[in-house]
Design a protein around this ligand. Structure first.
Ligand code: FA5
Length: 335
């Protein structure tokens, strides 16, 4: 009887081709009401002398059925894993998804080029607040209230005494108030003016520069700024110092460079003049030195200030300042 059962089980085991069928088979033979379970129960009805041999047969059968079921289950599981892996195989020849490389914004690049040049000439870097007091932005720079020079810089006021700085020049005053000469620093940063067209933005960047010591002369100003222009725009660039006016410098100059776009022949960018304006500068007005407690008979200095967007526009031949702030990836990718 057990030999028959064993054969029947073997056939059924062979025809179980998935885990579900196998589990039904396990219930059929070994479950509570299973065939082998029933045989085990039936042992108690046998006479004692038969029970031992019959018990051994049934138990052997039970063990071999269990072992066969476990073996088949393991092999079905590994088959299904194998076919799952095959069906999910990864094509490693497909190109990966590129996340793209970032790059520096053109204004940040120009800003670091400028700061690098001055740091190489021994200038340190200072900072000042963007929300500034009228006192520092104007008064201590020799621009009293109601002075017509205030019209040169259209100002965003927070209150009567507080404003968004219109230039980086207040950093001159702040540093001079807290340090004694010799001074040699630049102050890069954001500034704000109520001004907007294709060459003017309400927020833009400037780099201020100041050098104060005994015996600083206009020759020092010329040497430092000529060196800057040559390193920034090329050693052959023509430089011109043209008289100008700023209340905080006396004398004051605008520094023009020969237009490198047309080789000074005259073009749309230089408005046919052959020259491009890049910097404002001058000898620090003695009135400003006095305002910060320096003795103008003992100390003298020069200061300069430039617009970063303007320099970037010239260097990269960009004719609309708004392109810097639109953050259009097609524009930014070109630098
Ligand atoms: C000044 O701001 C002076 N503080 C510069 C200075 C410093 C002179 C130290 C002497 C000594 P000005 O107003 O010209 O100067 O501005 C300097 C530069 O800022 C300009 O040449 C221009 O390049 C840039 N600029 C001015 N307004 C804007 C604007 N709205 N958008 C973009 N750039 C601007």
């Amino acid at each position: 009887m057990s030999a028959d059962l064993s054969n029947i089980f073997s056939e059924e085991l062979q025809s179980a081709t998935d885990l579900n069928g196998l589990s039904q088979l396990r219930v059929k033979y070994l479950g509570k009401k299973g065939i082998i379970t029933a045989e085990l129960k039936a042992l108690s009805a046998l006479a004692a002398e038969e029970r031992k041999a019959a018990g051994k047969r049934v138990n052997d059968l039970k063990s071999s059925v269990e072992a066969a079921l476990d073996f088949k289950e393991a092999s079905l599981k590994s088959d299904s894993l194998r076919s799952k892996l095959l069906s999910e195989s990864i094509d490693i020849s497909l190109p990966g998804k590129s996340s793209g490389f970032g790059r520096q914004h053109p204004l940040s690049r120009i800003m670091s080029e400028i700061t690098d040049i001055f740091v190489r000439m021994g200038f340190s870097i200072e900072e000042g607040p963007e929300v500034e007091l009228d006192r520092y932005n104007f008064e201590l720079l020799n621009i009293p209230k109601d002075h017509p020079a205030r019209d040169m810089q259209d100002t965003f006021y927070v209150s009567d005494e507080i404003l968004l700085r219109t230039h980086t020049s207040p950093v001159q005053v702040r540093v001079m108030q807290r340090q004694k000469p010799p001074l040699r620093f630049i102050a890069p940063g954001r500034v704000y003016r109520c001004d907007a067209d294709i060459t003017h933005s309400p927020m833009f960047h400037q780099v201020e520069g100041l050098m104060v010591d005994k015996d600083i002369t206009f020759s020092n100003l010329k040497a430092v700024l000529r060196t800057f222009v040559h390193q920034m725009f090329g050693a052959d660039t023509a430089v011109r110092f043209r008289p100008s006016f700023f209340p905080f410098t006396e004398p004051s100059v605008e520094i023009d460079i020969g237009c490198f776009l047309c080789g000074q022949a005259g073009c749309r960018v230089c408005k046919s003049t052959g020259w491009l304006e890049v910097l404002g500068a001058g000898m620090v007005n003695p009135a400003v030195l006095e305002n910060v407690g320096y003795d103008p008979d003992e100390y003298s200095g020069f200061a300069f200030g430039m617009g970063i967007e303007r320099i970037a526009m010239l260097k990269y031949a960009i004719d609309d300042i708004r392109l810097f702030f639109d953050n259009d990836i097609k524009f930014l990718k070109q630098f």
